[in-house]
Every structure is written in structure tokens, then in C-alpha cells.
Design a protein around this ligand. Sequence first.
Ligand code: HEC
Ligand code: HEC
Length: 362
Amino acid sequence: MFKNIQVLTGQPASQVRDSMEFISGSLSVRCSFCHVKPFASDAKEEKKTARKMIRMQFDINRVNFNGRTRVTCYTCHQGQEKPVSIPRSGELGEMFAAASKIPEVEKAGNSSTVDQVLARYETAMGGARALAHITTRVSNGVETSEGGHTNPVTLEMKTTDAGDIVGRIEQTTERGVYVEGFDGMHVWADRQERHEAPSGFQAMQIVRELDLNPATTLRRQYTQARVIGKVKMGEQPSHEQSGEHEAGVANGKRDPASAASVREFGADAYVLEAAGADGEMERFYFDTKTGLLRRRVTSYETFLGPVPLEADYSDYRAVGSVQAAFTTSWWAGGNSWTVRLDEVKNNVPLDAKRFEAPPSKP
Ligand code: HEC
Ligand code: HEC
């Protein structure tokens, strides 16, 4: 499927793409720092350098660490295009570090066991009974990309009789309607042109975006959870979306000052760590005051190293007797975007067929 793979050979396509997220995050650059269209082109020097660097990473790890991924792009680059001896504070780089490393956490003490944190969250969301009553949700809003492009988006979610969650995300872009879905087992995509199903990192993000009832999902799917401590959310750098970003991006390089800003939640949060369904480590940040989920960071293992996927939840509002986060800011390796909802409706009848993968296109 790819045309010009010289070093990431023998990898499934999804791994090649996920590795690209890792590279972009490690250097705090966008895809265009190394790529012109088509992606297979070697026109940019940076791409050729990156290829040498990948070889170097492999050699270092093979010779010194028995082939285990110990030294990565991030080890040297720390969120900079060129490594500097005294690391500057590139905010994206910091965020990358925050998500890959264990943050400094105070011991939370005995007062906040996993059960207590999750029970408070459930209560804050409306309570187990009210939540169990919600079987479908349709949300309408706008997705804003890093470059400031906005697309109308509709999210539909449904809990099946078996308790699984299925859903679809429909985006209207300049180029047409683009649908992604999850049938409970597989993630699929339906675009104008032929398109393979999202996998790896992308699939993981879609499943998280379609979680109708995270309070219940957490209890069902994350048995090995533990509360690792308490942090001040403001101290953890995070990505903020605005329409001004195009100005901060030149030649695919980010200007940290305008491309990202630290979001001040100004709140303390209990940090719960758990292993997800595929063994990926996740951190959940619960506001100590409101009990609500403010942030979720998933560390996704790629061939070259771990890539963080971060979702920041804000603007919680009541929809009937339950709460829903009306704003979610996503940050994933080389990319960030925000989904702002204007309308959320619960228990709208939805035909299960809507969540089945469309027949594959020729
Ligand atoms: C720092 C440089 C760099 C960045 C940033 C980067 N790439 Fe790459 N990309 C490469 C290199 C090097 C290869 C070739 C790898 C090889 O030869 O095995 C590649 C290959 C690819 C390919 C395979 C193309 C083909 O047909 O051979 C795709 C697709 C791709 N990158 C997508 C992306 C996307 C999407 C992003 C942004 C998320 C991105 N890349 C960011 C360096 C980069
Ligand atoms: C052992 C440390 C180290 C590792 C690991 C490393 N790099 Fe580098 N990289 C450097 C140094 C040092 C430079 C600057 C070289 C110079 O200034 O001539 C550099 C430069 C680059 C450049 C050129 C930047 C520019 O502005 O022209 C790219 C692209 C790059 N590295 C990509 C990567 C990628 C992708 C990885 C992971 C696969 C990686 N590097 C891993 C040390 C490293």
C-alpha cells in the first residue's frame, strides 16, 4: 500500500502511520515538516534525515539494548526539531513528556480508593440509575482543526442489549461527507474515495470518542485500576485550540508560543491509572471538587515508541438528568483538534443498522 518504505519495512501499514505520529510528537512538528504530497516523495531533506535517524535509533537499540526500544527520537529531541543541550520548553514537547512519563503526584492517601473515585464520578454524571436509562445519544456540533478549519459534526451512540457501545461520527467537509463508525468490534470508515478501515491509534481514538457512558465503561473494562495520586491540573501543560493556529505554523514547524498554550484548569485532580483492553496504559484525571473526568491520556505503543493520546473534557452541562461534556480537546502525536457541541439529545431512536460497516468499495 505504501510506495517508498525503506527502513520501516515489514511493518503493518497501521504501524507505519502510528510511527509517524510518534515522530511528529517527538519533534513537535507537523507532517509537512518532512512531507510534500504524495507522502512517498523524498523531496524534502528533512525526510531523508529522518530516515537516517530511524536507522540510527534501530542501531543504538540493537547494539546497546538487545533490540528493546530504549532510545527513541524523543530521548534526544525532547519536542525540538534539533536537539539542544539545554532543553527549551517547547510546550508540545512538555506535553509529550507529561503523557509518556509518570507525573509528579502527591500521595492521595487512603481517602481516595478506585471505587470511591469512580463512584463519585458516576454520581457527578447523574447517578447509576439515570445513566443506565440513557441508551442512545445524538450530539451536534463543530469540529475545529489545528489550522482553524471548522466542520459540522454529528456523533451518534447507542448501547446494545449486550451492553456494548456502538456509534458513528459524521463530518461534513469541503470534500464531502466523511463517516467513521464502530460496530462494537471493528472501526470502519466511509469516505467518497475508497478507504481502508482506521486501525491502531486512529481506531483507538474513535472508540474513545464514541463512549456513551464512560463511567460504566471504566468499571467494566478497567479492572486493574489504581489511584496513583493527586496533581494540580494547571501544572500539566495541555493543548488549547483556537482559530489562530495557521499563523503559528510555517513550513510545517510549530511556533510554540502561538500554536499551544497551557490550559489552566486550576483544579486538583485524582489520577487513576489503568490498563486498557489492549494493554495500553491510561490515565484518568478526576476533578477533586466536582468528581468529573477532566482528562484522559492513553499511552499507545508504536514501533518507535509510545505516543500519547489526550482528551480534555470541559463545559459539562446537564442533559436531562445526566451530565455531558460539551467540549473535548484532542491531542494526538502530530495533531490536535477540538469538538464543541451545541446540542445533545438522549434516547433518540437509532436504527442499529446505522452502526454497521458499509459494504466495501471496489
Ligand atoms: C521527521 C520527519 C517526518 C515526519 C514529521 C513525518 N514523517 Fe512520514 N515519513 C518519514 C520517513 C523518513 C518516511 C519513510 C520511512 C521509510 O523509508 O521506511 C515516511 C513515510 C511516510 C508514509 C509512507 C509513504 C509511502 O508511500 O512510502 C506516510 C503515509 C507518512 N509518512 C505519513 C506521515 C504523516 C501522516 C505524518 C504526520 C502525522 C508524517 N508522515 C510525519 C518522515 C516523517
Ligand atoms: C541520539 C540522539 C538522536 C536521536 C535518537 C534522534 N535524533 Fe534526530 N537529530 C539529532 C541531532 C543531534 C540532530 C541535529 C544534527 C545537526 O544539527 O546537524 C538531529 C536532527 C534531526 C533532523 C533534522 C532537523 C532539521 O531541522 O533539519 C530530523 C528530521 C531528525 N533529527 C529526526 C529524527 C527522528 C525522526 C528520530 C527518531 C527516529 C531522531 N531524529 C532520533 C539527534 C538524535
